[in-house]
Design a protein. Structure first.
Length: 220
């Protein structure tokens, strides 16, 4: 049993840090570059993130790889041909995939027998992925109704500019910082904002409780 698990462990030692690096690039780095580069950079980063995420899945990896190839293909086709419907479908698939991956990492943390660097990586990745999930959800809401949020303090037109704006608002709300430069205007937008602001601290409370409990038990 230990021998069969060893290759998975070695793979995760490679793919977990890579996945963390890619999520950090999406969340923190791409927005620094000129806006004209964003679409291409996000597409490349998401493609690599999908592949690295699949490589961390231990079961039915072949099936997930096929689904990821379909999602990545739709992402690139919609980006190149500017197909609105295909772009919306691709965004929904991205959202569902990241929801699954966040749940998968929480499951791995809950099943871990002790706290290791791999578990710490998984906890950080899960946190950033959850923030990314809510950023995509906010982007979907704005695609449906651009009047849900006011961006008057960020853009001259008062409307959202790029996906980096959604990430910014998503993580500012997720961490309960709330600068007030982006304002939810409709009841649905306010409900999303409340959900995001509640889930951020709740994730930290649950995961920290898990890690502290496991660390205390392994010292006994």
């Amino acid at each position: 049993m230990l021998k069969s698990d060893a290759p998975e462990t070695r793979l995760n030692k490679v793919w977990n840090p890579l996945m963390l690096a890619l999520v950090c690039i999406i969340v923190f780095v791409i927005s620094v570059f000129p806006e004209a580069w964003h679409e291409l950079m996000y597409s490349v980063a998401y493609t690599l993130l999908f592949i690295s995420a699949v490589m961390t899945i231990s079961r039915k990896r072949g099936l997930w790889l096929i689904l990821v190839i379909i999602a990545v293909g739709m992402e690139w086709i919609s980006s190149i041909l500017d197909l609105i419907l295909l772009d919306a479908i691709s965004t929904v698939l991205n959202f569902l995939f990241f929801v699954f991956m966040t749940g998968y990492y929480i499951h791995l943390i809950a099943r871990a027998s002790k706290v290791t660097p791999r578990v710490i990586f998984q906890a950080i990745i899960g946190y950033l992925l959850l923030g990314l999930v809510f950023s995509i959800l906010i982007g979907l809401a704005i695609e449906i109704n651009p009047a849900m949020f006011s961006f008057e303090l960020m853009t001259d037109a008062g409307s959202p500019g790029h996906f980096s704006d959604y990430i910014y608002f998503g993580f500012v709300t997720f961490t309960t910082t709330g600068y007030g430069d982006i304002v939810p205007l409709t009841p649905f937008a306010r409900s999303i904002s409340i959900l995001v602001s509640v889930c951020g601290p709740l994730y930290l409370a649950i995961i920290i409780a898990m890690l502290v409990g496991k660390f205390a038990s392994q010292r006994d």
